[in-house]
Write a protein that binds this ligand. Sequence first.
Ligand code: PHE
Length: 453
Amino acid sequence: MARREHFGGRSAAILALAGSAIGLGNIWRFPYMVGQMGGAAFIIIYLISCVLLSLPIFLAEAVIGHRTHAGTFGAMEKLAPGTKWKWLGLLTVVSPLIILSYYSVVGGWSLGYLWQSLTTGFHAGEIGAVSSAYGAFISSPGWPLLCHTLFLLGCAWIVSAGVKSGIEKFNKITMPLLFVLIVLIMVYSLSLPGAAAGVDYLVRPDFSKITPSAVAAAMGQSFFSLSLGVGTILTYASYIRKNENILATGLGTVGFDLLFALVAGFAIMPAVFAAGIEPGAGPGLIFETLPYIFSKMGVVAPALSAIVAVLFFVTIACAAFTSAISMYEVGVAYLVEQRKLSRRKATALIFLGTWTLGALCSLSFGPLAELKLFGLSLFSFCDMLTSNFLMTFGGLLFVLFVGWKMDKAVVRDEFTAGGTARFNCAVFDAFWFLLRYIAPLAIVIIFITNFFA
Ligand code: PHE
């Protein structure tokens, strides 16, 4: 069998992991949640849950991947051969592919909007007109399907080129670009008249909004944002070289993800308030509100607003691509390692499967709108199933596996880079405690909250 590929070094690994983490979740979910749930008070809770909950879970997944140098299924077979844990390996092959299917639909929309911003632009009108243009776009069968196909083909092209010349190279170029773009957009947004109200919305601490469900929402968001519980972190960590410091890599990734979410908040909310509209939730924020803002600004400064619109949709598309390829790779790693397919064949097979499910999700906004599962459209069902249940369930099992099934000495060895990393040795006991007791408890709380929400 061909030698397993590795990332070039720590910075390459952090960029790839941050590429997986930074995505649509940072751009449309985080800024909206912050404003709705207590501003700076929510940010503090979010920070705490990143460090005390998500970082330990991230490290648990990374320990498994890094120890075994295998994808999710292979890792379970190596660490717990012939046991029921193989089902965790399989679950975490399937769940990222379900996410990828509908994520690619939204990624496709960003390509469609990028095309529009490059060609016709967004025309000034009422917010209602922009919303109905969005509604008409996503419910038409042709365009979104074409965009979904192009988005997924882009992912396939990157993944088929391999871990080093595909995934690593793409993230190395895209991630720095993404930071530059979002900072530029933030500067533009902050310079608009009336931007201060948006800043206020994000930073004014309102502790009365910190209810138990806001805390659960903060934990859930840090979970989604760090791509936990679906084997993407495990798989990428399996490409990190043996002697690398896992804790440093984890801290770097969490830090970048957090920083990007904050900057995205200051890039989006000031513009939303400057245009005098109420921020809405979900994809509507980027596909309805923002085009409306661009069209409004276009009246005053057409050239500048056209450029910002292009930059904005390039940013969203890039953020979506770097996350989507990490989900894609989980499936490819499984087929290459366990089913002995070539990387090309594996990529093609994953394309077929995710394209089909994604196409059905895309059509569920239009021709297939009547098809309901538990009262939800196929798109919403896949989203709800994965983000509310499969991610948390997978995360819980990973944490229980590392904290209660794996040998503590092995985990310590991984965590401390064979005892050579002094800082890691000093904090190992805290990590172990968080992993064994706090993380499972917190995940169960998120799970229950999602169930009754
Ligand atoms: N973390 C990504 C985001 O914020 C989403 C994601 C989930 C990526 C699961 C990979 C796996 O958009």
